[in-house]
Design a protein around this ligand. Structure first.
Ligand SMILES: *Cc1c(COP(=O)(O)O)cnc(C)c1O
Length: 379
């Protein structure tokens, strides 16, 4: 192709997909689990024989992810957790892993248990202390640095470029959970990351109807080959209909993320200094401690995720949540419906999350309706 078009253009068109046989501009869903051989006993469709390791419906979604992240290769998984787990399960007992204290709680909980059984040597770092990562990464010992930015649900921002330099100087690889930033706002590989992980359940699909995950790699490596073998052998893959829905959802990714980021910014600015709040956690606000780094590595917005710290205790936070009428009380994020959640109630007594924190996922509704709802609920 001699045209050089922008990512938004390529993604909206599913990489200019046109079916060579039918002219269809939307790819088919291939549901077959097995693939036939010709009379010479050669596979008719190339290398595929059975769908535990791959399905032709993944091809377009994986190619779109490569285009979005500027990566060498992408793999779909059955969930974000399965994608992340594939990376950790490809490490060896004794490998040293550094990870942030505050991160997606499901992954943190799983990692703590898995590391004990598997014998991984895991070490948390404090993302709010700019020198702590350097203290925890050990040259010649650390194998993997795992980060998440912005960190769910406090939205602390981690400098990907600095983390990549620290990891690489120590001989380690850097993996980034970029679910919240999305490839629209941040491309971790451009800042030196080796592997990018997404819960595709969130913004990538964007419509609350698919559970899926993805990994994108900068270049081939032993770790990546082990991840690929892991997926092929365990079948941690989405169904073909889910993979198809994902390529459909991704076509509007730029519109959805740009709109949600603009609305989240408007909400944060509107509510900043509100007497019923002690603070707002949103990297787009200049008052946020991570704003400088966020402004460097995020382009076109600061995501649709923010948290409100209610001036009060757990009961006051729950009262606020119960008064919301437009925001829907539900977990998850990155869909077109705005959601509100009291994280501490969900995470339980081991949670490091403040009891007065309420998390908002801003969707595609009119921003004035969202602001009015929050105003009346705070009122
Ligand atoms: C939801 C989420 C995950 C887990 O993804 P699933 O698709 O639910 O398994 C991981 N990281 C972040 C930041 C998430 O929001």
């Amino acid at each position: 192709m001699d045209r050089k078009t922008r990512r938004q253009t390529d993604i909206a068109q599913g990489l200019h997909y046109i079916d060579p046989e039918t002219g269809s501009v939307i790819p088919p869903v291939v549901t077959s689990t097995t693939f036939a051989r010709d009379d010479q006993y050669q596979l008719i469709g190339g290398h595929r024989s059975y769908s535990r390791d791959h399905n032709p419906t993944y091809d377009l979604a994986e190619q779109m992810l490569c285009r979005l992240e500027g990566g060498h290769e992408a793999l779909l998984f059955s969930s974000g957790m399965a994608a992340a787990a594939a990376v950790f399960q490809s490490l060896k007992p004794g490998d040293h892993v550094v990870y942030p204290k505050v991160m997606y709680w499901g992954l943190r909980g799983w990692l703590l248990e898995f590391a004990e059984r598997w014998g991984l040597d895991i070490e948390p770092f404090d993302a709010t202390d700019p020198d702590d990562l350097e203290r925890k990464v050990v040259r010649g010992k650390t194998r993997l640095v795992w980060i998440e930015t912005p960190c769910n649900p406090t939205w602390d921002v981690i400098d990907i470029e600095a983390a990549a330099t620290l990891a690489h100087d120590a001989g380690a690889e850097l993996a980034v959970d970029s679910t919240v930033a999305t490839p629209v706002l941040t491309r971790p590989i451009d800042w030196g990351a080796d592997i990018v992980m997404h819960s595709a359940t969130k913004y990538l699909n964007g419509h609350g109807d698919v559970l899926a995950g993805a990994l994108v790699v900068k270049e081939d490596s032993q770790l990546w080959r082990d991840v690929k073998t892991h997926r092929a052998e365990t079948g941690a893959i989405p169904g073909s209909l889910d993979a198809w829905l994902l390529q459909r959802g991704m076509r509007t990714l730029f519109l959805r993320v740009t709109n949600a980021s603009a609305s989240a910014m408007a909400i944060a600015k509107h509510l900043e200094g509100h007497p019923a709040l002690t603070s707002i956690a949103y990297p787009g606000l200049e008052s946020h401690p991570g704003h400088g780094v966020a402004a460097k590595q995020m382009h076109g917005g600061f995501s649709g995720m923010l948290s409100l710290l209610i001036d009060g205790d757990e009961r006051d936070a729950l009262r606020f949540v119960s008064r919301c009428q437009v925001f829907i009380r539900a977990t998850s994020l990155g869909g077109v419906e705005s959601l509100v959640e009291h994280r501490y109630s969900i995470e339980g007594p081991d949670s490091p999350i403040p009891k007065n924190l309420v998390r908002l996922s801003v969707g595609a509704e009119h921003v004035d309706d969202l602001i009015a709802d929050l105003e009346q609920a705070l009122g």
